[in-house]
Design a protein around this ligand. Structure first.
Ligand SMILES: NC(=O)c1ccc[n+]([C@@H]2O[C@H](COP(=O)([O-])OP(=O)(O)OC[C@H]3O[C@@H](n4cnc5c(N)ncnc54)[C@H](O)[C@@H]3O)[C@@H](O)[C@H]2O)c1
Length: 265
């Protein structure tokens, strides 16, 4: 019996933020489904570890998403090593929480640089690399529920993620207008049980206490796992989503579907 075709067989992906959480799971998932993957992260050791776990189908590249020359380098290393580029996952992101009136300019700027400028540069250089490969492709931008609705104690984060929502739509329309055959969609998860929640967990008695409190906000009664998000990214990366572009894809266990059922006894 021959090998079963993977859902992204033959494709090549760059995943920023690939060293941790959702990005790490995305690298592994894409590779399992036949893609070759550049694990791109500012955390070089982490990226090397993920690439090592995957094997020959992966290459670790140090990338600070806020630096344009590093994006140029990442795309050219990808094409040099794997011969092409089809998929870019803009996964790198950071979040600071706290009272809005005490937001420091440094924290605000840091989030804008990584979460918004980093995604813009990933789209810009991703398009260039995908165009050079001549077969179209897919860009997936990590936004958040916070890119669709606000929250009082993560205002800066929401501002950057809301920016990603509309940047995605604009990039999708740009690619369509110029008939580039490149799709661009955003993903909007509820809480994901990744390393990103570690600083929040420190504010609770235990990580389990945080998970329980957050789970109560989600109608399905649980947090998302990185694999839940990687599965959606896989779908958007594959040709199965060929008619989707500019779409904000919500992965929230029902959290933004409506009001709590408190209108009857
Ligand atoms: N975890 C959640 O609850 C959640 C919810 C909604 C959206 N998201 C979004 O999903 C994405 C991934 O989050 P995660 O949970 O996997 O977080 P994570 O903290 O586990 O991973 C983020 C990765 O980004 C990397 N990174 C940070 N700054 C970088 C930079 N300047 N250049 C390159 N890499 C950089 C980090 O080294 C890390 O490997 C983020 O954009 C995040 O905002 C997360």
């Amino acid at each position: 019996m021959g090998r079963v075709m993977g859902r992204v067989d033959g494709k090549v992906a760059i995943v920023s933020g690939g060293a941790s959480g959702i990005g790490r799971e995305t690298c592994k998932t894409l590779a399992r489904e036949g893609a070759r993957v550049v694990v791109a992260d500012i955390n070089t050791q982490g990226a090397l570890k993920v690439a090592d776990d995957i094997g020959d189908a992966a290459l670790a590249v140090t990338l600070d998403v806020t630096k344009e020359p590093q994006w140029e380098n990442c795309v050219s290393e990808c094409i040099e090593h794997f011969g092409r580029l089809d998929i870019v996952v803009n996964g790198a992101g950071v979040g600071f929480s706290g009272n809005f009136e005490e937001t420091s300019l440094e924290q605000w700027q840091g989030m804008i640089d990584i979460n918004l400028t980093g995604v813009m540069l990933g789209c810009k250089h991703g398009i260039k690399g995908i165009k050079a490969s001549d077969n179209g492709g897919s860009i997936i931008n990590m936004s958040s529920l916070g890119g669709l609705v606000g929250a009082p104690d993560i205002a800066g984060y929401c501002a950057t993620k809301g920016g990603v929502t509309l940047l995605t739509k604009s990039v999708a329309l740009h690619c369509a207008q110029y008939k580039l055959n490149i799709r661009c969609n955003s993903v909007h998860p509820t809480y994901v049980d990744s390393e990103m929640l570690d600083p929040i967990a420190e504010m609770f008695e235990s990580r389990q206490a945080m998970v329980s409190a957050m789970s109560e906000e989600v109608p399905l009664g649980k947090l998302a796992q990185p694999q839940d998000i990687a599965n959606v990214i896989l779908f958007l990366a594959s040709d199965e989503s060929a008619m989707m572009t500019g779409s904000p894809v919500i992965v929230d266990g029902g959290q933004t579907s409506g009001m709590p059922g408190k209108h009857s006894g």
